[in-house]
Design a protein around this ligand. Structure first.
Ligand code: ZN
Length: 404
């Protein structure tokens, strides 16, 4: 493990760790850049995160696991690029903003909204969790730049340009032929996408290239005035999944001063087509049994037949482990440098691996990083220092753009 030690960072940490002692997981500021929420989050008792839930992230799991801050995601499903499609996406996004606001209103003594890196640090110092807001899929902006301003006013601080399927902003790493998508090829950012990027830079919204096509990432790196993030992606050189970032683009993100948040999503950490096929046929069978045309994770995931089926598949084709995750982190650090790598779970959006199955198991990640030889300074950088640095830089660029 080759890491660069930073003198200033070492000095800053000295009071926390004392002479010869290791920095404890509890002493770290940990930031997860991608946590999903179900459509009925906070509105159904089973998704009220003040109590014990079946979700991978609730307040108790964050507190017990020392997961201090998370970006909760305004994800909307891709639909057609039509007025009706955009109206539906805006409505889906509204439900999620309202759900996060409900959580914040109900549990102000446990979690607070953070819209600046400084607030994240202040909340941590006062023993509070931080909720940040990220957008997943710029489809929910339709073709309206003013909706980005509205999202910023609501607290959103990163914009994931795409999801699966091309949109008005740029092409995706996963085309959706049913919506008329051709493979992305060399087509990246659209003209509207460039104006979105400019507006994000001026507002101080981090641009997130996870899910974007390689051509889009390339165009973003050439166009942006501020560092960018990949909020939840892993290393393409280790697992050639289209959602992963290749080494050339990873170096580009590092050169831009940005950060790739390596994600604990099994399918991006370890290729296992047999598992994928087994899960797909289980989902089909469970949906059929429930009288539905397709599997709906929100309604079908908790059915006993699904849970039992998944347990059987897990015995035969186990999900990725913490060691697979650490391999991707080490690779990213070797290629990009320790300052340009961070961590993300994608919990409640398909993320979760053996060893980091939910937020309560977060200390295992810190212990794993230490076993791999990362120093306290490295671990603090991976766990949030780098992301907060990028965020601060994005704020600085926005201030400069506004006074220009
Ligand atoms: Zn995603």
């Amino acid at each position: 493990m080759i890491t660069r030690l930073c003198g200033a960072a070492a000095l800053a940490l000295a009071p926390l760790i004392g002479a010869g002692a290791e920095l404890s997981h509890d002493g770290l500021l940990t930031v997860d850049t991608h946590v999903d929420i179900p459509p009925t989050y906070m509105r159904e008792a089973r998704y009220d995160v003040g109590g014990d839930t079946a979700l991978k992230v609730d307040l108790g799991k964050m507190e017990r696991g020392g997961l201090d801050a998370a970006f909760f995601v305004i994800y909307v499903e891709q639909g057609p690029l039509t007025a009706a499609g955009y109206a539906d996406a805006i409505a889906q996004a509204e439900l999620k903003y309202a759900a996060i606001e409900l959580m914040l209103a109900r549990y102000p003594d446990r979690i607070r909204l953070a819209t600046t890196p400084r607030q994240v640090r202040e909340h941590h110092a006062s023993g509070l969790l931080s909720a940040m807001i990220g957008i997943e899929n710029g489809y929910s902006l339709g073709r309206r730049l003013d909706l980005l301003d509205a999202a910023y006013a609501r607290g959103a601080r990163y914009l994931g340009l795409t999801h699966t399927g091309h949109n008005a902003i740029c092409t995706s790493s996963g085309a959706r032929p049913e919506f008329g998508d051709a493979p992305a090829g060399d087509v990246g950012l659209s003209r509207f996408g460039r104006s979105v990027l400019q507006r994000a830079n001026a507002l101080g919204v981090m641009v997130d290239v996870s899910h974007a096509s390689d051509a889009c990432v390339r165009d973003v790196l050439q166009t942006t005035a501020a560092p960018v993030i990949a909020s939840h992606s892993s290393a393409h050189a280790r697992v050639p999944h289209p959602r992963n970032i290749n080494d050339a683009l990873l170096r580009g993100i590092a050169a831009n001063g940005g950060v790739m948040q390596v994600v604990a999503y099994s399918g991006f950490l370890k290729l296992d087509p047999e598992r994928e096929a087994a899960v797909a046929s289980l989902q089909e069978a469970v949906a059929r049994q429930a009288g539905a045309t397709e599997f709906d994770s929100d309604r079908h995931e908790e059915l006993p037949t699904y849970r039992q089926g998944l347990a059987r598949i897990q015995r035969e084709h186990p999900v990725a482990t913490l060691e697979d995750y650490l391999d991707h982190i080490e690779h990213a650090v070797q290629v990009a440098g320790i300052e340009h790598v961070g961590l993300a779970s994608d919990f409640d959006g398909g993320g979760g691996i053996t060893g980091w199955l939910d937020a309560s198991e977060t200390p295992n990640v810190t212990a794993g990083l230490r076993r791999r030889g990362f120093s306290d300074q490295d671990i603090a950088a991976l766990w949030g220092g780098n992301l907060l640095r990028v965020w601060s830089e994005v704020e600085r660029v926005a201030r400069a753009e506004r006074t220009r």
